[in-house]
Design a protein around this ligand. Sequence first.
Ligand code: BGC
Ligand code: NOJ
Length: 812
Amino acid sequence: MEQKRYGHFDDLHREYVITDPQTPWPWINYLGNEDFFSLISNTAGGYSFYKDAKFRRITRYRYNNVPMDNGGRYFYLKDGDTVWNPGWKPCKTPLDFYECRHGMSYTRITGRKNGVEASVLFFVPLKKWAEVQKLTLTNQSNEVKHLKLFSFEEWCLWNAATDMENFQRNFSTGEVEIEDSTIYHKTEYRERRNHYAFYHVNTPIQGFDTDRESFIGLYNEFADPQAVMEGKPRNSHAHGWSPIASHYIEVTLQPGESKDFVFLLGYVENEQDQKFAAPQVINKEKAHALIAELNTTEKVDKAFAELCDYWDKLLNIYQVKTANDKLDRMVNIWNQYQCMVTFNFSRSASFFESGIGRGMGFRDSNQDLVGFVHQIPSRARQRIIDIASTQFPDGGCYHQYQPLTKRGNNDIGGGFNDDPCWLIFGTVAYIKETGDFSILDEMVPFDNQPGSEVTLFEHLKISMDHVINNLGPHMLPLIGRADWNDCLNLNCFSWDPNESFQTTENVSEGTKAESLMIAGLFVVTAKDYVALCQKMGKAAEAERMQKAIDAMIEAVKKHGWDGEWYLRAYDFYGRKIGSNECDEGKIFIESQGWCTMAEIGADDGMVAKSLDSCKKYLECEHGMVLNNPAFTKYIYEYGEISSYPEGYKENAGIFCHNNPWVIIGECIAGRGNDAWSHYAKILPSYVEEKYQTLHKVEPYVNCQMVAGKDAFRPGEGKNSWLTGTAAWMWYTVSEFILGIKPDYDGIRIDPCLPETAGDYTVSRKFREADYDITIHPNGSQKGVKQIVLDGQAIDGTVIPYSKGHHVVEVTM
Ligand code: BGC
Ligand code: NOJ
C-alpha cells in the first residue's frame, strides 16, 4: 500500500520540504546559533528566548495544549470575508497551496489562497538578538486585492516557570510602550530587569493591539480573534493581564504585484544607569539601532545570505560522497545540523523538553561536544571550561547547570557517578581536533567559586580519581544516584509518588550497587587519559592510571561476565542485574556497548559473544532495545526504569542514544556488516518512508526513543531533536564507519564497512589543512592496507598533519 507522505528531502537546498500541514506531530526547526533562539513548527508555532528558555523566555508558549502546538508567530490575512494564515494554523482555512521548508537555521512557510501568496522567511541573523520574519505578499490574481494584515506575538513575562503559575502577580505586572510601528514589552523593567523585547515592522501601520483579550476577545481563540474577524484593530494598550503585540496593516496589491514586510522580534539589554530615557520611558537606543540594521529587504537578504554562507562553511568541514544518497544527506546535512542544535540546547528546549525543567547536562553536553567540535572548536573550548567549572573538588559534579548563569543546579545536585568520565571524553575530542593542548593549563574553579581554581588537567585527573575512589565490593564502580541510565536508581527505594527518582537517594549508606556501564566507560576514557599523559610526558601518571585500567578489566572479567554477555550492575544488596539468572531485564545494552568498546575480554571471546547476544536478544525491526525482557512490574530496588510500561523509554525502548555504542563495538571488532545493519535501522533517512506515519516525529533528525518490540505500538518515535543520539550517530559514522578519526598528530584512517560498500570520498578540513580522501574498500570490512599521501606511500594509518591541501588514496 502507498504510504501517506507529508514531505521529502531537498538535498540541493539542504531542506526538508513539508507539503501537508497536518503532520502526525508538529515537525519543528530551530532558529538562531548563539544567544537568541527560536523554536518553530511547520505551522509557525513555537517561541523565542534569549540564552535560557527558563529565565529569559521572550514569547509565551503553552505545552500540553489542546490542540497541540497552539500559539506562535501568526500572520492573519483578511481578504474579503476569508481569513487565513500562510502556515494554515491557527485559522485552518483550507489553502490552495501550502509548503514549509525547514533549512539550516531558517524556515520558510508559504501559503496561497484565492490568488494571494504569502511567504514568510523566518531566521535569526548571525550575531543579532532578533528573529526576522520577512513576509512577501504577492497578488497572483487578475484583480486588485485589498488585504488586511494582522501580525501576532504573545509576550511571556520572562520567567517561563512563574509565567505559568503566579497569576495573582502576573495579571498586574504587564507593561508595554508603543512607538510608531514598534511595540515594546517592558514588564518588570521598572524594577530589577534591565532587558526588554520589541516587535517591529518596517512600514507605517494603521492600527495595533497590545492587550490580548481586546484583540482576541474573551470567548474567541487564536483561530478567530475578534479584531481580525471584524477587520478592526482595537488600538489597545495593555496594563496588566496578558500583553501581546499585533500590527495592523492595510495592503493594496495590483495584479502581479508583490510587497515585502520585514517584521522583527528583538531583545535588548541596557546598562543599569542607562535604562530610562525619561521617567517610566525605556531607553530605546539599542532597539532603534537594531531595527536600523534590518529594516529593508536588501539588508535582510544580505543577512540571510550571510547565514547561508556560514552554514556552507560549517558543513563543508566534513563532506562525504558515496553512492548512497540517504547516507550522504544525513552525514553532510542533517546529522551535523542536529549536532549544532544539541550543542546549543543540551536537553533544555524542544517540543518534549519544556525549557523550564532541565538546563545543560554535565554528561549530555560533554557528549554533544563530540558531534560539534569540528564545526566551531572555539565554542567547544569555552563549553569545556564552563562544564568543568561546575565540578566539585572530589571530582564529583553538578549534573546540570543553567545556561544563563552557568551555575550548577541545586535542585538536582550531583551524585551521578558516570558524570566525571565524560569530561575526559569531551576534552580529548577537543584536543584531537585542534591540537590545542593549552586548554589543559586553563585555570578552572570548583563549583564556580573564585579562588578555587586549578588547571583543567587537574580536573581530568580528579575525574578519573573519582571513579577509582568509589569502588564497590567487586572492585567495580559504585553507581551513585545513577550512571548514564538516569532510571537505574539503585539507591533510591521509593514508594512515594511525590519523590523524584532523580533526586531521592534514600539508602546510599552501605550500598553495594555497582555499574558495569561505568566500568566500561572508565576503561575507554582512562585509556584516552593515559595516551594524553604519555603525550604530555607525564609517564608516572600514565603508569598509575594504566594500573587502574588493568585492575578494572580484571574486575569486569571476574565479576562482570554472565556467560553470554556483560552483566549490567549489582544492586544495593550485591545481587546481579542484567543476568540470565534474573526473571526480567536479563540483558542490558549499555554494558555491552561500553565493555565491547573497551575490548574487555576480547581475547577470551567475550566481545564477540556480547555483540552476538545484542543481535539475538536486543535487536528488532526498529533498532536495539535497551533491555530484554522488558520489566512487567515495578521493582522497588531498581527505581524509575521499571516505572515505565514495557517497551517505552528506559524500560526496553529503543533508546537510540546507546545503539551507536554497540555499533562502535562492532566496528572495533571489525564486523562491518553488522555495524552497518544496526546503523541503518536508526538512520532517519532510511526509515523516512516507512515510518512517515508510524514513527510520527520529524523524519530528518534522530529522536531519543523509538518504542521497542515489547511496546503497545512498536516503532513510534518520541523526544525528537535533543538527544545524545545526534553526537553519537555522528561520532559513529564519521569516525568508525567512514573511518576518518582526528588524532593528536594527524588523521587516522580506519573505516569499518559493509562488504557491499563501494569507493567513496571524504573531504575533511582539519586545523589548517584540507584533505581529499578516497577510500577503496575492495569488499573488505576492515583493515587499511596502504595509504598514499600526495603520491607517496606512508607507513601506518595516521596521515601526519601538515598545512595545506592534500590528496589521499586509501586501499583496504
Ligand atoms: C527519563 C530520562 C531522563 C530523566 C531526566 C527520566 O524520566 O526517562 O530519560 O534522562 O528523566 O530527569
Ligand atoms: C536522557 C538524559 O538526558 C541522559 O543524560 C541520560 O543518559 C538518558 N536520558 C538515559 O537515561
